[in-house]
Design a protein around this ligand. Sequence first.
Ligand SMILES: Cc1cc2nc3c(=O)[nH]c(=O)nc-3n(C[C@H](O)[C@H](O)[C@H](O)COP(=O)(O)OP(=O)(O)OC[C@H]3O[C@@H](n4cnc5c(N)ncnc54)[C@H](O)[C@@H]3O)c2cc1C
Length: 381
Amino acid sequence: MRRTIFEQEHDDFRSAVRTFVDRVVIPQDELCRTQGEVVRDIWKAAGESGLLGLCVPEEFGGAGVDDYRFNAVLDEELTRAGLAYACALGVHTHVIAPYLVHLTTPAQRKRWLPGFCSGDLIAAVAMTEPSGGSDLAGLTTRAVKQGNEWVINGSKIFITNGASADLIIVAARTEPGSRSKGISLFVVEGDAPGLDRGGRLNKVGQPQGDTAELYFSNVRVPEENVIGELGAGFPAMMKHLAQERLASAVCNIAHSEYVLEQAIAHVKQREAFGAPIAALQHTRFLIADLATETRVARTFVDACISAHLSGDLTAEEAAMAKLKTSEVQATVVDAAVQMNGGMGYMRESRVAQDWMDARVTRIWAGTNEIMREVIGRSMTR
Ligand SMILES: Cc1cc2nc3c(=O)[nH]c(=O)nc-3n(C[C@H](O)[C@H](O)[C@H](O)COP(=O)(O)OP(=O)(O)OC[C@H]3O[C@@H](n4cnc5c(N)ncnc54)[C@H](O)[C@@H]3O)c2cc1C
């Protein structure tokens, strides 16, 4: 079945991204693994190739295309190099860009967006706290007004790009005791006095991406760094979560397809008992099940991309896409390790890395239990 959501311009964009991945990302993979971050050179090259500000208006250095299919293509191609790249660049391009484009004043856009698009300003979004990420409305990082500044105190954890970020969107409580109604969003610049980064967290997978803990100790930001309306941070985050979950689903299913493709190539050439293991009925049935699951999930994700384009994607559907694809991905990567035998358990093999990289997709962007909550609640209210 041919995918029908793309047009010629998306195919051309895919070729350009694939070239970027082959020429810029893959050759620096080892360096990124050693440094524990997507190196600046990749960010700068992505900026020069116009990949970082897809939805940003051209006057600020962006591509000015309000068409999520380009974002999907970018994620699909980056995922082939490793989930960490889709995560690092994806948080910047699909998650944070909409905040900076839609919630900001003209002066803020002029201040931040050119550097955001060129790769000079790496962005992160800091919602999750050590006390818990699922209950976002319960966050405790405080921002208190003093004169025409806000003073931020608290800490955040598991923040993608947190160690290298130059712009951090921080969710902080501006009205004590009011849960979802009292949260506002601030841009904290990377060199702000009082901002401490706890070093790169030692993740199970995705070693090429940095994930950090952030501490805010009397961090002062001017009023001009508030984004969106004061106290309206929670609904803004909820609104943007649908695209974040869709992006997560796009990566999950692209990754499943990639891993399955590699597994099929492997079983065709690996022999046991004098014949390729692909010739065993067990292997064929296993591949049949994985291919069916992946193809069905892919069809749903493409339908969600189309619905998102027309503004019809609901929060529940985005949650379904994230839930289903992360579970398909878990099944595929686990089976692929098995089909690779002992080599599949070696850190040096790509399939072992894919298996470790994928474990987090049932946890981040809202855990799968929270996805079930979102879906179940919408069906039963
Ligand atoms: C690699 C990585 C990158 C991340 N990047 C970012 C980022 O850039 N920015 C950011 O803000 N956050 C980020 N996160 C945080 C991520 O979104 C949270 O880890 C996630 O939301 C879960 O929060 P928690 O870890 O505090 O788990 P908890 O909220 O403590 O949950 C623990 C367990 O309890 C379950 N649980 C909680 N509530 C319920 C419920 N109501 N019903 C059923 N089960 C429930 C959860 O499903 C989970 O299984 C990242 C996490 C990781 C691991």
